[in-house]
Design a protein around this ligand. Structure first.
Ligand code: XBP
Length: 257
């Protein structure tokens, strides 16, 4: 490791769903429409979906649910059903994004701009697909959105989804930055486990689907990244005398731990 860089913030790795944008309810509704469209009586209510967030990745989530609903379904049948439903669900999801109602979360654009202005690398580590994040981020960050991110790793390319650290390990490998100079920003216990297992300090931004979840290994848990008008509410950790998450705070977090 370059000694000069030993505690300096050189990169931030963002999760997408729930972290960059509050997308989980749109995913939930898209799953429910897919179930209905093939005549299934399944319905994922909020509390059910909250529990299902323990399984990252839509296909994996459907497969696990299919098995929990029928003792007789084989692994192959559950897999085929999940594949079909997930394709329909993602078409529904992207259609719903095109309505333009899902914006970036508070403070996300502000922090992205600050990181870019300070030449701190920005990356993405998500279990969702490139196509889904392309729709979400091109709408919110413009057609050149990919230029903002030095590395983008998605569920399309990793073998094991979160809580396995694979997606983070791939990002770290491609960034070529030591983990001590990086921080991850996540929203779920699975995301936190994946980032922590990859050796990253992690900051959590909660939302209504993850309120009340435990984030023991997180260095800081806040209700959003915050901005001038919406100060962060600290759930655990310390933001000193700051009102929102900025590069100074992220640097302090990686120095302290
Ligand atoms: C995102 C997810 C889901 C979404 C989308 O993963 O697993 O919560 O419903 O999944 P993470 P799909 O935030 O852990 O990276 O796009 O696979 O349906």
């Amino acid at each position: 490791m370059n000694i000069k860089h030993s505690c300096k913030l050189l990169g931030v790795i963002f999760d997408v769903d729930g972290t960059l944008a509050d997308t989980e309810d749109a995913h939930r509704r898209a799953f429910n429409s897919a179930f209905k469209s093939i005549g299934l009586s399944w319905h994922w209510s909020w509390p059910v979906y909250k529990d299902l967030l323990a399984i990252s990745g839509g296909r994996e989530r459907i497969k696990a649910y299919a098995k929990s609903q029928s003792e007789n379904i084989t692994d192959e049948e559950a897999q085929a059903l999940a594949l079909n439903l997930h394709n329909i669900k993602n078409i529904n999801y992207r259609k719903s994004l095109l309505k333009g109602d899902i914006k970036l979360r508070i403070g996300v654009k502000r922090l992205l701009d600050e990181l870019a202005s300070k030449k701190i690398k920005i990356a993405i580590a998500t279990s969702s697909s490139k196509k889904n994040i392309e729709t979400l981020l091109s709408l919110n960050l413009g057609k050149d959105w990919q230029k903002i991110f030095s590395v983008i790793e998605t569920g399309d390319t990793v073998k094991l989804k979160k809580p396995h650290p694979d997606v983070y390990l791939s990002v770290i490998d491609r960034l070529k930055i030591p983990t001590s100079n990086l921080i991850a920003i996540e929203d779920t216990p699975n995301g936190l486990r994946a980032a922590t297992a990859a050796g990253l300090s992690t900051l959590i931004t909660t939302h209504k689907m993850t309120n009340g979840f435990l984030f023991k290994e997180a260095k800081l848990v806040v209700n959003s990244l915050g901005d001038d008008k919406h100060n962060c509410e600290v759930i655990s950790g310390n933001i000193k005398n700051l009102r929102y998450v900025n590069t100074d705070l992220l640097s302090q977090i990686i120095k302290t731990y």
